[in-house]
Design a protein around this ligand. Structure first.
Ligand code: DGL
Length: 269
């Protein structure tokens, strides 16, 4: 691939949730330019068929390739499960492609202390079986159990965080017999890092809670180094944010997830 270090990184998600990943990338790699696309006109992806999610993901890939991205990070778990192969094929030799599932599955598969791993995510992510299949392929000894927790996305988006409503919903889901005796829990959805500490507290800090946004940022750095694409120029950071539908609510959400004030540009694909 004939790519330059100065080209931007493209990150996409169904909406604003992927900004938790973009924020982790910004903290770890302050010299990288980032172009973010949130498909707010089509969210949520979590309840849609994998065919539909694949089609949306390919349109966004074309957009990010037009913007000359050297690397495309699928920052949505549902799209990573449904569209990773298709996006890689579309990007071919024009950009490196990463998803948010491989870094977390590689991490738990290699971790010697983890025997029974829980996964929570959207219906789409859980029903795809991608986390289980990938962990088992790397290490068949691991036991993996997963649970769809679809109420958590709207709960977080409506601002129910660190209160009685969110405590009850989290307790109801995590008390499911499916998750009995897990030693670790992968937060397999872009939104869940926001309630990471609440989940840790539910387990009295005894279960390892894996925030995939941090593992993904580390994997992205390693990939850039391996491909000699890490931007070492100390220039001012350049971040651009596109959404396929704009409302003030999306802007508020985006700022909560990215953890700073941002400008959103509307671009319907
Ligand atoms: N971004 C999605 C994910 O990580 C959650 C929101 C949605 O369903 O679109 O799976």
């Amino acid at each position: 691939m004939n790519l330059k270090k100065s080209q931007p990184i493209g990150i996409f998600d169904s909406g604003a949730g992927g900004l938790t990943v973009a924020s982790a990338v910004k903290k770890l790699l302050p010299n990288e330019k980032i172009i973010y696309f949130g498909d707010t006109a089509h969210l949520p992806y979590g309840d849609k068929s994998s065919e539909t999610v694949k089609n949306y993901s390919l349109r966004i890939t074309d957009f990010l390739l037009e913007k000359n991205c050297k690397l495309i990070l699928i920052a949505c778990n549902t799209a990573s499960a449904a569209a990773y192969d298709a996006v890689k094929e579309r990007a071919a030799d024009k950009a490196v492609v990463l998803n948010v599932i491989d870094p977390a599955t590689e991490y738990v598969a290699k971790h010697p202390d983890l025997k029974k791993i829980g996964v929570i995510g959207t219906k789409g992510t859980v029903s795809s079986g991608t986390y289980t299949n990938k962990i088992k392929a790397l290490n068949p000894e691991k036991e993996v159990v997963s649970l769809a927790t679809p109420l958590l996305v709207p709960m977080i988006e409506e601002g129910f965080i660190y209160d009685n409503i969110s405590n009850s919903i989290i307790k109801e889901y995590l008390s499911s017999a499916k998750l009995d005796n897990i030693d670790s829990l992968i937060l397999a959805c872009t939104h869940y890092p926001i309630i990471k500490n609440q989940i840790r507290k539910f387990y009295n800090f005894k279960t390892l809670v894996i925030d995939s946004s941090e593992v993904v940022a580390r994997k992205l750095k390693e990939t850039l180094v391996e491909n000699n694409l890490l931007n070492s120029e100390n220039s001012l950071p350049e971040y651009k944010f596109f959404v396929s539908d704009f409302t003030d609510f999306f802007k508020t959400l985006a700022e909560m997830f990215f953890d700073e004030k941002i400008e959103l540009q509307k671009k319907y694909l």
